[in-house]
Design a protein around this ligand. Structure first.
Ligand code: MRU
Length: 344
């Protein structure tokens, strides 16, 4: 089986098609959405999630707005605004919306829909190509027999095809490197256990799911050779926001002398944000912490705190894998060079 067996985001017959990630791995159900408001709702409910996939879904959401019969340009404006208020941390969402806004501005009224549709598909193609390049470049960092620990889901579900961190793992696996993956379950919403394990199974990559709090034990036993994660936003100085729990892994990895890699496309870089303390961190409903798969786990009335992301300081990151090259320390300098080179 290959990653070709699913598409996180698609657009067919004037509808946005999303593989409903909230229902995986139990059911493989595709949602067919015909309004931008439905797309916004799906992003909030994390039926589509992962930084690049959120951006692509939002872009197609704007296309739906351009398809309304009455005053589509005004509807596009409302969609850009409404979609921007869905999830605050992943910068890909804002970059995608800003590209759609520029495309809309440049289009004649009669061409609004095809111009926006073309721009959304261009972003999809760029993401697919970025995944492929990150996979190739990142796989060079993994030695045969490597045991990698990953967190959350940075696979094709979170992008379009291969994934970022999982794209690197899948590429190394396809090259015959005999990669083994420790999959952090990733509380509270279990993106690791539900989604990463599902993708690795499809790809035939050997793996074992662990609870998040088992990582330190495994590292201390010498059973982890590298940590490899994705990102939701990389600030200009290299500080990186990713799924809550990533920072703890980076600290553990440093203590144990294990390399800590981040794979992220250029669309996840945010040169406009100087450092990690300026990245907005989404806080989600406490009920996600107080329950497990819909079952209450804390006594009624106990409050909870539910930040969805944390920030790993640049100094803890061994290398940043992008489609334009692998950036090593000092990340700030490498990122500046990359931006100069690619104009992102
Ligand atoms: O809350 P989520 O599931 O959208 O968070 C996703 C992550 O943190 C991923 O690691 C990140 O988006 C990288 S995906 C290629």
């Amino acid at each position: 089986m290959t990653t070709g067996t699913f598409r996180s985001v698609d657009f067919k017959n004037g509808r946005v098609i999303l593989l409903d990630q909230a229902r995986l791995p139990r059911e493989e159900v595709y949602l067919e959405l015909s309004t931008w408001q439905e797309v916004a709702q799906a992003i909030v409910e994390m039926r589509v999630r992962g930084a690049p996939a959120i951006g692509l879904a939002a872009a197609f959401g704007v296309v739906l707005a351009a398809g309304v019969p009455s005053d589509p340009r005004a509807e596009v404006g409302r969609a850009l605004e409404g979609l921007s208020r869905t999830r605050p941390t992943a910068v890909n969402l804002f970059r995608a919306l800003s590209r759609m806004e520029s495309a809309a501005r440049s289009a004649e009224d009669a061409d609004l829909y095809p111009v926006l549709l073309r721009e959304a598909w261009t972003m999809v193609q760029e993401q697919a190509e970025a995944d492929r390049r990150m996979g190739e470049l990142g796989a060079e960092l993994l030695s045969p027999g490597v045991r990698v620990l990953t967190h959350c889901n940075a696979g094709g579900l979170a992008t379009y095809t291969l994934g970022t961190a999982l794209g690197v793992i899948k590429t190394a696996h396809r090259q015959g490197k005999k990669v083994f993956v420790w999959v952090d379950e990733t509380r509270p919403l279990l993106q690791g256990a539900r989604l990463t394990a599902w993708e690795l199974q499809k790809e035939g990559v050997p793996h074992r799911v662990i609870c998040d709090d088992m990582a330190g034990y495994l590292m201390a036993r010498g059973e982890v050779d590298a940590v490899l994660v994705g990102a939701d936003r990389v600030a200009a100085n290299g500080d990186t926001a990713n799924k809550i729990g990533t920072y703890s892994l980076a600290v553990l990895a440093r203590w144990h002398g294990i390399p800590f890699y981040v794979a992220a496309p250029l669309s996840t870089l945010d040169p406009g944000t100087s450092s990690g303390d300026r990245i907005p961190i989404e806080e989600r409903d406490p009920s996600e912490v107080l329950s497990f798969m819909g079952l209450e786990t804390a006594p009624p009335g106990s409050p909870a705190f539910n930040p969805a992301f944390d920030v790993t300081p640049a100094g803890l990151i061994t290398a940043l894998i992008t489609e334009a090259g692998v950036v090593r320390q000092p990340l700030e300098v490498g990122i500046r060079e990359l931006i100069g080179m690619t104009g992102v």
